[in-house]
Write a protein that binds this ligand. Structure first.
Ligand SMILES: NC(=O)c1ccc[n+]([C@@H]2O[C@H](COP(=O)([O-])OP(=O)(O)OC[C@H]3O[C@@H](n4cnc5c(N)ncnc54)[C@H](O)[C@@H]3O)[C@@H](O)[C@H]2O)c1
Length: 442
């Protein structure tokens, strides 16, 4: 670690506990952003991560100037390096940001979850706008610290939960706010994930690390262990040291629309059933219940998450042979129900389907994102356009916090009561260790 990034990082981690209990700064929309780029010039972007999902994140910004790309394994970067032959190549994102800091306006972070926070925080503290993949961070404390840092730095941010830009996400919120299904007291969301191993015995180290890969950099702030092809790429999702399990992977997609429509902020009681979770690996399945008290005029609400093959009961409105889609959300109100098929909130429908025939749609009240394009919305925001809709300060910070609290309940093995003002589990001090983690210097 270079001197400058080591100092930044030590400072960052020691501030984590303080940040967790600090109120968040919130500037007015007019003066909240600094370092905006003139609409007439291309955004200069550095990218952390080149392969896997990073390929499509970078390509989605290909109208801009891709200045530099870092990946710990150049073999994963070959395709994107070929698309941007002029971009400087790095293995270590810290070196990239230190050397190219003056040449860039913005940073995309698309790596395994445990690297989101250190890379994004470094970029934010350098005054760079950030696009960070979901679930934003690896722990609740990281989310809170990154959110505070983004607000303080006045940079434009967007999380990569692209479904937040969908038409369907807006329709669900507008219908619920217009009272189409009355007061909503019950919601559930389910997914077919994990489609990677969870609840397994951790693998032994492989005999050798691929020659193209720097395993120490891949581990980054995570505890030291030997390389295994069963962990990287992709399958790191099932390990608590690197990923956030099925809930962390898909929650920021599936739970996004309900979080937004029903303002799921504030204190929450979270309880979990699960199987196979250990100190090291995420469970084979989980059912996590979030119980919210009333929020302003909204009544108390129970929200249940299902993964690993567990499903909620099929609603009677689907008829006697009715089946649930592979992933989706059911909103149950006292005047009806909405079923949103898919993981990204894309297609809400009133059920039974016969209700759609006579449905008088309420007016559209929410701003739309052109072409539902999350990356373009962020680029436009960096050039003085509207604040991206899944920016960390207004939306995705609190969403990610809620999702990650489910993992705290799973790992604690007992229900928790989270107080967002203090940033702690009240009454379960032993669960608080799952809100944060320690960091390896690398
Ligand atoms: N929004 C979506 O629909 C969506 C879809 C897939 C993945 N994702 C997210 O994208 C992220 C990456 O997932 P993935 O499946 O592509 O993972 P992956 O294991 O394929 O890793 C992506 C790339 O990051 C590189 N990398 C790892 N550590 C790095 C580091 N320290 N610095 C630079 N590069 C590093 C890897 O070598 C790889 O090329 C995750 O946060 C995941 O949740 C989002």
């Amino acid at each position: 670690m270079t001197q400058i990034s080591r100092r930044r990082f030590i400072q960052a981690t020691s501030l984590a506990a303080i940040a967790a209990s600090c109120p968040i700064l919130r500037a007015s929309d007019a003066d909240r952003y600094r370092n905006l780029v003139s609409p007439g010039r291309r955004l200069r972007i550095a990218c952390v991560g080149a392969g896997g999902k990073a390929f499509s994140d970078i390509m989605a910004c290909s109208t801009e100037e891709i200045v530099a790309i870092s990946d710990v394994d150049f073999a994963n970067g070959l395709e994107i390096f070929g698309m941007f032959p002029g971009a400087a190549r790095y293995r270590d994102y810290r070196q990239m940001l230190n050397e190219r800091g003056n040449d860039i306006d913005a940073v995309i972070v698309t790596t395994p979850d445990h690297t989101h926070f250190p890379a994004a925080l470094m970029a934010v503290e350098m005054g760079k706008h950030i696009y960070v993949q979901k679930p934003l961070c690896h722990t609740v404390a990281e989310v809170r610290q990154l959110r505070a840092a983004v607000a303080k730095a006045g940079v434009v941010s967007q999380m990569g939960n692209q479904g937040h830009c969908n038409e369907g996400t807006r329709l669900a919120k507008e219908w619920i706010e217009a009272g189409v299904i009355g007061d909503v007291r019950e919601v559930c969301t389910w997914t077919n994930r994990p489609i990677w191993p969870q609840g397994m015995t951790p693998p032994k180290d492989d005999a050798s690390v691929p020659p193209t890969m720097d395993w120490n950099l891949w581990l980054g702030v995570a505890p030291s262990r030997g390389y295994s092809a069963k962990i990287a790429p992709f399958n790191w999702r099932g390990y608590w040291d690197y990923g956030c399990g099925a809930l962390g992977d898909m929650g920021c997609h599936g739970m996004d629309a309900p979080f937004w429509a029903l303002n799921l902020r504030g204190p929450v009681h979270v309880s979990a059933q699960s199987e196979g979770s250990t100190e090291v690996v995420a469970p084979t399945w989980s059912i996590v219940k979030f119980e919210f008290p009333s929020r302003g005029a909204l009544p108390p609400l129970n929200y249940t998450w299902y993964d690993g093959g567990k499903l909620p009961p099929v609603p009677e409105e689907l008829g006697k042979d009715g089946k649930l889609p592979q992933g989706g959300t059911l909103y149950r109100g006292d005047k009806g129900a909405i079923l949103s098929e898919g993981d990204y909130g894309e297609s809400p429908r009133l059920i039974p389907e016969s209700r759609m025939g006579t449905f008088k749609r309420p007016p559209k009240t929410l701003a739309r994102v052109p072409k539902s394009n999350s990356h373009q919305e962020w680029v436009n925001g960096c050039k003085g356009g509207p604040a991206p809709c899944s920016n960390i300060v207004d939306h995705s910070g609190d969403l990610s916090q809620m999702v990650l609290l489910g993992n705290v309940a799973i790992r604690a093995g007992k229900p928790i009561d989270f107080d967002p003002e203090q940033g702690v589990c009240v009454g379960q001090p032993d669960a608080n260790r799952f809100l944060s983690k320690s960091y390896r210097l690398f």
